[in-house]
Design a protein around this ligand. Structure first.
Ligand code: GLC
Length: 487
């Protein structure tokens, strides 16, 4: 073949290759199913959507064990000497300076003050010496959003006014037990510096300051003759109220499952290595502040995309990760974010409706109500939806919503079970009866929530744990603390 024929052959081959390529491309294009304009989510059936939620919010036994172990490590790190480790524990493990566990025999008429969420409660009660805390009266006042986000002076003047309302005798100094349910650095039973606000509070001029000092100043401004003799966290209140009531020395921990979540427990002083000076004898209640677990890393709890958004939109971004997946302030918000996605993908109607697009408008109380509905067509859920401005829902939509709420609340309960197991292990009570006092609206009112914690504990081999509802433990405990600690 001459060079010319050579070139002709090469051109021919090249043309054939191009042609082949083009036709195969054309053929393949014809074969390929073009993407639909609608997103993949719209192709989901209700069944698939339910399954997806169940999977996304699942906390398996293996995951519970991992959380439990990781929490125990954080407890240990949190108790160690300050500055001894290169990393700080995400669980603060704050000494409460409550080192006497009530016997139930203490007697006296006490005043107490309790602030920690949307309400302030002031109470007067009598400890009768037989384990009964008889309430003489209780007053409850709402803490407005303005107060929660205002200045220290406004907030503490309001608290002082609430106290002034309940005091009978102003001629002599009134001793008051004070439950302040936020993380505090304490160096004595009657003082405490707020470390960081949680649960949506952002009041200025309080972080880094002594709460008792701020309140005493407010008492002085208002001419109130009163003294805070015990300052405690609500978990500590719950533990000691329960210990007073059952007086059996088995109450080893106090847990709050309400707007926020936290736990305290009875620790040997010898194990609190950061205590100055170091003490070998006796016990002290440790306020764990477990709500901050796995912050800021967020790699043990395995958040969903909704949890990430909840955290981003919160005033305390990158902290309180455990609390944001567990407590009443956030569960409704997680469901709302999932609903928002469903409504955009047409699995739930009312795209753009206020309860779906407005942050925190879908409250956790709705979740309880939805969960409680056992009617065949979920008529009560329908009535609730009508009431809050989401009318004409289909049965499928309601069913999906109920399953979603269940998945979110079940995850919360199983996370709590892992955390309680970590505490029970820490106090060495896995094999014996161990009472955990619990207070808070989520625990008290969410249908089946306590049973789900108990089931999780059983799965982990902690069948001896007794969860004891300790109603009003937070406030009553302040009265008990004032009585016990003044002795
Ligand atoms: C938040 C607070 C904590 C409190 C808990 C329950 O986590 O930081 O101190 O005990 O809420 O009210």
């Amino acid at each position: 073949m001459d060079r010319f024929t050579d070139r002709k052959v090469l051109v021919g081959i090249a043309a054939a290759v191009v042609l082949l390529g083009a036709s195969s491309l054309w053929f393949n294009r014809r074969k390929r199913i073009p993407p639909k304009k609608t997103s993949l989510k719209t192709q989901l059936s209700y069944e698939q959507a339910i399954k997806n939620f169940q999977e996304a919010f699942l906390v398996s036994k293996e995951h519970m064990l991992l959380i439990k172990q990781s929490m125990e490590d954080e407890f240990k790190l949190g108790l160690s000497k300050v500055g001894e480790n290169d990393r700080k524990s995400s669980i603060k493990m704050l000494p409460s300076y409550v080192d006497v566990i009530p016997s139930g025999k203490e007697m006296g008429v006490m005043y107490a003050l309790d602030i920690g969420g949307t309400n302030i409660r002031t109470l007067k009660c009598e400890l009768d010496g037989y384990g009964n805390i008889k309430s003489i009266f209780i007053r409850k006042r709402f803490v407005s959003d303005e107060l929660q986000k205002g200045s220290a002076e406004q907030l503490f003047d309001f608290i002082a006014a609430c106290v002034s309302d309940i005091l009978d005798d102003v001629t002599e100094e009134n001793k008051i037990g004070f439950t302040f349910s936020f993380p505090m650095d304490q160096s004595s039973i009657d003082s405490g510096v707020l470390i960081k606000w949680t649960k949506g509070y952002t009041t200025s001029g309080v972080e880094g300051n002594d709460i008792v000092h701020l309140l005493s100043e407010a008492f002085r401004r208002a001419g109130i003759n009163a003294k805070i003799t015990a300052l405690i966290n609500d978990t500590v209140g719950t533990l000691i109220a329960s210990a007073y009531e059952v007086a059996d020395h088995n109450t080893m921990a106090g847990v709050i499952l309400g707007t926020g979540t936290n736990a305290c427990y009875v620790e040997q002083k010898a194990n609190i290595l950061k205590l100055e000076p170091q003490v070998e004898e006796g016990v002290m209640i440790i306020n764990t502040e477990w709500g901050n677990f796995d912050s800021p890393e967020y790699n043990v709890l395995r958040p969903t995309q909704y949890d990430i958004v909840v955290d981003k939109n919160s005033p305390n971004y990158s902290s309180q990760h455990f609390e944001k997946m567990v407590s009443g302030m956030y569960l409704g918000e997680i469901v709302r974010l999932a609903l928002l996605e469903l409504s955009q993908s047409k699995l739930f109607s009312h795209n753009g409706a206020p309860p779906i697009i407005t942050p925190h408008m879908f409250g956790t109380a709705y979740l309880s109500e939805i969960q409680r509905d056992d009617t065949p067509k979920l008529e009560n859920v329908e009535a609730l939806m009508n009431r809050i401005g989401l009318p004409n829902t289909t049965y499928d939509e309601r069913r999906l919503l109920k399953e979603l709420c269940h998945a979110v609340a079940l995850r919360s309960a199983r996370l709590v079970a892992s955390a309680i197991a970590a505490i029970v292990d820490r106090v060495g009570k896995k094999e014996t009866e161990c009472v955990v006092a619990v207070d808070g609206s989520l625990y008290e009112h969410y249908p089946g929530y306590g049973d789900n914690i108990q089931e999780g504990l059983r799965e982990l081999g902690f069948e001896h744990v007794i969860l004891r509802l300790t109603k009003d433990g937070s406030g009553n405990g302040a009265a008990v603390a004032a009585c016990v600690m003044s002795k």
